[in-house]
Design a protein around this ligand. Structure first.
Ligand code: UP5
Ligand code: MG
Length: 215
């Protein structure tokens, strides 16, 4: 697809910071297409005939980053599919009436959630897909994230929502993913929001940043 036809916002933050929760709200209000790298990997893992199924399962349980070729291809395909669904201007979704005046460029708008979380992915995506409009970073303490994930783990069915995997995910986040955030900070592309607060308050801050950026 033509990268000049897309606007991408990266949504980053530690495991359980609230990326998925906030993205769902942005989809409602702004008509973004939400692409969670983790969800795409879990779907690929389950897909019959996938040559990566076992590998993905192992990486996710260990909280490690799946080799970037796999994830970049899944994301790039998903963007291409959304764009071709209803033509480039609609990108498979409608823009809410109250925001139509702001979304006049006719581009497909994507929230890329939980990606990039390793420097090689960031460089590859920036070079081969497109540059993000900005990076939304949800700042949260490990204590709060742990509590949220253990609670969610009671019903989520996710193979990595257990104490052992969560600890590994935290470690990967600090060692491997924070350098990506710092990389984009140096480029002045990061909007940081305190996501320890209740979800409504977090969202109010995110909306401010959205409206500021796209006004
Ligand atoms: N909750 C949310 N916000 C709240 C708030 N403000 N107050 C109170 N509660 C709040 O939220 C988590 C839980 O907290 C929910 O129960 C929610 O109700 C509550 P959620 O919105 O799901 O948080 P999110 O940040 O999306 O957490 P998630 O667990 O999805 O984050 P991860 O980054 O760990 O998971 P992801 O799916 O992105 O990745 C999983 C694995 O895939 C990685 O560990 C890795 O192995 C692999 N992966 C790659 O290899 N490469 C990639 O590029 C991406 C992933
Ligand atoms: Mg998520």
């Amino acid at each position: 697809f033509d990268s000049s036809k897309v606007t991408v916002v990266f949504v980053l933050g530690g495991p359980g910071a609230g990326k998925g929760t906030q993205c769902a709200r942005l989809v409602e209000d702004y008509g973004f297409v939400h692409l969670s790298a983790g969800d795409l990997l879990r779907a690929e893992q389950k897909r019959e005939g996938s040559q990566y199924g076992a590998m993905i399962a192992d990486y996710i349980k260990e909280g490690k980053i799946v080799p970037m070729e796999v994830t970049v291809a899944l994301l790039s395909n998903a963007i291409g599919e959304a764009l071709s669904r209803q033509g480039a201007t609609e990108a498979g979704h409608t823009i809410p009436e109250q925001h139509k005046d702001k979304w006049t460029d006719g581009k497909g708008r994507f929230l890329v959630d939980g990606f990039p979380r390793k420097m090689d992915q960031a460089i590859k995506f920036d070079e081969s897909v497109c540059l993000s409009k900005f990076v939304l970073f949800l700042q949260c303490s490990e204590e709060v994230m742990l509590e949220r994930l253990l609670e969610r783990g009671k019903t989520s069915g996710r193979a990595d929502d257990n104490m052992e995997s969560i600890k590994k995910r935290f470690q990967t986040f600090v060692e491997t993913s924070m350098p990506v955030v710092d990389h984009y900070r140096k480029q002045d592309r990061v909007v940081e929001v305190d996501s320890i607060k209740p979800a409504d308050q977090v969202y109010a801050e995110i909306k401010e940043a959205m409206d500021r950026t796209f006004a």
